[in-house]
Design a protein around this ligand. Structure first.
Ligand code: 3HC
Length: 706
């Protein structure tokens, strides 16, 4: 007997019922899938012939868990709810075996945890990643996992949010058997059922559990260790509470506690922000008219022009993905140094266990060098990463135009220059695109994919597909000075430096923004990037700030003194013995500049620092959105989350503006405009789009250029 509806395939073979989920692409446990599972549980329960039920998947994933897009909607609560379905499986009067192949995440794993036994194919991934969405496992996961494996390990797994392999799951006792592949499952199922024959199906509701003193100590020690990392985060703390208190209660009470903690977290701004980030990253890959699956150009060989740190970092991405990569530089000594650097970086990844010895070996074998453009004639993709100067880059592109094969994609890693002017020197501007990596390029996840008006669709589609292969988060943007990320950083850092002239100390500015959640403060970031680099960017952007004396005045003065940042052990801060320290000389210098420019120094509050920096950031985001440089506000957020250390739990600058309320952001900007005199008048005018959306009581998210 076999029955199929859109969501599951049900069949009985002898005494075993097979319930296979088939809700593409990843079996999210939507209302419809839950109803289908529940229905076939009825069928299996009523069928006297059925002795055991196997829950499995027709797809390559077992299940990606609850359907996040249902959160906050009626469907999410509609019965059968996911917790109710898990409880039903736990209490099911016949044996239930979960057969996991591929991903079993969140609610997907919770279904499996409620089964009596679990088998998993090698290479499967099992995890409870709800913490990444600002919530906790809410369908019994916080209670059933610690009742199956050591509670302190269960808590770690939930607080880390990282899935474990099926091999690790077997070691922990989370699965009962491992399969070489799903084809071998029948024998394993029969074996498990044979072992079960004597007993009755497990029902966790009827068993006693407790939390040993050792386990409780381990749990609390882990919580203490993570205190700094979890500052301001709600859900990891809630997970610890759920495990600690829940393990001392009956399962019934523990599940009620889990529900309460889940609801608290789910209603928090953090949960909204993290869920926004999840979907924004997926949406960023959706560019109208572009189908990544149609990417026609195969990238079998990559060439990188320029063997500096950026060139090396970019090369490492491709090498680790197994793509043969040639580094071109006219300076052979530089090439040797680059090779040694790449080797050291890749081997250190191996030594830290991040990559296998085999991948390390393959990556080094895929690296080659060249000093002549003729040697890269066969490359499918060339990425230029030379000095940030238009004339230099144009001369490289003239060479590429002359030597590279007709269909090669010609990419520039420029972070600020006019890509159209670069494309102009090529006879095939449709092949020209910007691939803006962020330093260190082998570590930072962000890739700004810059499309000119002439970039062809297949070229863009190919780059988006490639980004996934090299494990980058790609966002497509249009051409303007600094594209999205660096254009927005200009007003953000302008405010940071201006406030130092107005009397805030650099460490006060940095601490306020760190407390807000930024990975680094804007001033320490400027020291790290190089004060000279900041000055160069300011000079290139002169048209924006001409006539505004204070703009970067402190940075120019520091540059004159040779204080170029961390690299010279002194910039805004001093770095004696590598340790960052506030420098009274810089405070005095700031005071001097302020006096010469007629800027009055005063006390500046933490709130003002945050407002001026973050509102300026978002305000520029609204301009970018209005100009169509970014397709959606979520794209801007993805850029800031993955390239600029914006706290993920705040969702990005545009989500922060939405959460604050656009009317409040507008009001804040108008107040600053009024209260900061001529400076305020000049720099705090709200973007027209922000005004329009705020007045219409709309959110940034509701606006789209798609
Ligand atoms: N809810 C809604 N949509 C989801 C989803 C989910 N849980 N998981 C994946 N999707 C969607 C994606 O948005 C994407 O949609 P799109 O094609 O329209 O962009 C599609 O499914 C395919 O996903 P990916 O592109 O991410 O596919 P990959 O193969 O790269 O990755 C995955 C698969 C590892 C399963 C990844 O999608 C993932 O990590 N998903 C989220 C898993 C998760 O966080 N689960 C917990 C959910 S919360 C929960 O279960 C609460 C419970 O405890 C009560």
């Amino acid at each position: 007997m076999s029955e199929v509806n859109h969501y599951v395939d049900y069949r009985r073979e002898g005494g075993i019922a097979f319930l296979s989920m088939c809700h593409a692409p990843v079996n999210t446990l939507s209302y419809e899938l839950r109803c289908a599972i529940d229905h076939y549980l009825d069928v299996a329960e009523q069928d006297q012939e059925v002795k055991a039920l196997v829950l499995r998947s027709e797809l390559s994933a077992f299940s990606a868990g609850a359907d996040i897009s249902e959160f906050g909607t009626e469907k999410s609560f509609a019965e059968p709810s996911l917790p109710a379905l898990c409880d039903r499986i736990d209490r099911f009067p016949k044996w239930v075996i979960a057969e996991v192949a591929g991903y079993a995440l969140g609610g997907g794993l919770e279904l499996a945890l409620a089964a009596d036994k679990r088998i998993a194919t090698r290479g499967s991934k099992l995890g409870l990643p709800e913490v990444n969405l600002g919530i906790l496992p809410g369908a019994g996961g916080t209670q059933r996992l610690p009742r199956l494996i050591a509670p302190s390990l269960a808590a770690r797994m939930m607080c880390d949010g990282k899935p474990i392999s099926s091999e690790q799951a077997l070691d922990l006792g989370l699965v009962n058997a491992l399969l070489a592949s799903s084809e071998h499952s029948e024998a394993a199922i029969h074996q498990l059922l044979k072992e079960c024959e004597a007993g009755t199906p497990d029902n966790m509701f009827e068993q006693d559990y407790s939390l040993s003193r050792e386990e409780e100590t381990a749990l609390l020690e882990y919580q203490a260790q993570q205190a700094r990392r979890w500052t301001g985060l709600k859900s990891p703390q809630a997970i610890i509470e759920a495990v600690q208190r829940g393990m001392k209660s009956s399962l019934e009470d523990a599940l009620a506690l889990e529900r309460k903690l889940f609801n608290d977290c789910a209603a928090s701004p953090q949960a909204r922000a993290l869920q926004h980030a999840f979907f924004a990253e997926k949406d960023a890959l959706k560019v109208p008219g572009i189908n990544r699956d149609d990417a026609r150009l195969a990238i079998q060989e990559v060439a990188i022009i320029g063997s500096g740190l950026m060139g090396c970092g970019i090369a490492i991405n491709f090498l680790l993905a197994g793509i043969p990569t040639r580094l071109l530089d006219v300076n052979s000594e530089a090439l040797e140094k680059a090779r040694a650097y790449i080797q050291k970086t890749i081997e250190s990844g191996r030594d830290k266990g991040r990559i296998s010895a085999q991948i390390c070996e393959q990556a080094m074998a895929a690296l080659s060098t060249a000093s002549d453009y003729e040697d890269i004639a066969n490359a499918d993709l060339v990425i230029e990463a030379v000095f940030e100067d238009l004339t230099v880059k144009q001369s490289v592109f003239k060479e590429l135009n002359r030597h590279c094969k007709a269909e090669a994609i010609l990419a520039s890693n420029t972070s600020t220059l006019d890509l159209n002017a670069i494309a102009d020197v090529c006879a095939r501007p449709e092949n020209v695109i910007g691939l803006h990596f962020f330093s260190p390029a082998n570590i930072m996840k962000l890739l700004e994919v810059v499309r000119t008006e002439r970039t062809s669709e297949p070229v863009l589609a190919t780059c988006l597909k490639l980004a996934k292969k090299i494990n980058k988060v790609a966002v497509t943007v249009g051409v303007c000075y600094g594209f999205v990320g660096n254009r927005m950083v200009a007003p953000y850092s302008r405010e940071a430096f201006r406030m130092v002239l107005e009397g805030a100390s650099p460490s006060q500015v940095d601490s306020a923004l760190r407390e807000f959640g930024m990975a680094m403060g804007p001033i320490e970031m400027a020291d790290m990037a190089g004060i000279d680099v900041g000055c160069m960017a300011a000079l290139a952007n002169q048209h924006e700030w001409q006539g505004e004396e204070s703009y970067q005045a402190l940075q120019f003065a520091l540059r004159e003194q040779g204080r170029l940042g961390q690299k010279t052990s002194a910039g805004v801060y001093r770095y004696d013995g590598g340790k960052k320290q506030e420098d009274p000389e810089v405070l005095a210098l700031a005071k001097e500049i302020a006096q010469s420019q007629g800027i009055e120094q005063r006390n500046i509050s933490k709130e003002e620092i945050i407002q001026r920096c973050i509102f300026s950031l978002a305000n520029e985001g609204f301009r970018i959105l209005e100009e169509g440089i970014a397709l959606r506000s979520g794209d801007i957020d993805v850029i800031y989350l993955n390239g600029y250390g914006f706290p993920r739990w705040r969702g990005g600058p545009m989500q922060y503006a939405d959460e604050t309320g656009l009317q409040n952001v507008l009001q804040g900007l108008e107040n600053l405009q009024k209260n900061l005199g001529a400076y305020g008048e000049r720099w705090f005018a709200a973007a027209p789009l922000l005004k329009e959306l705020a007045q219409a009581n709309r959110s940034a998210k509701s606006f789209s250029n798609v």
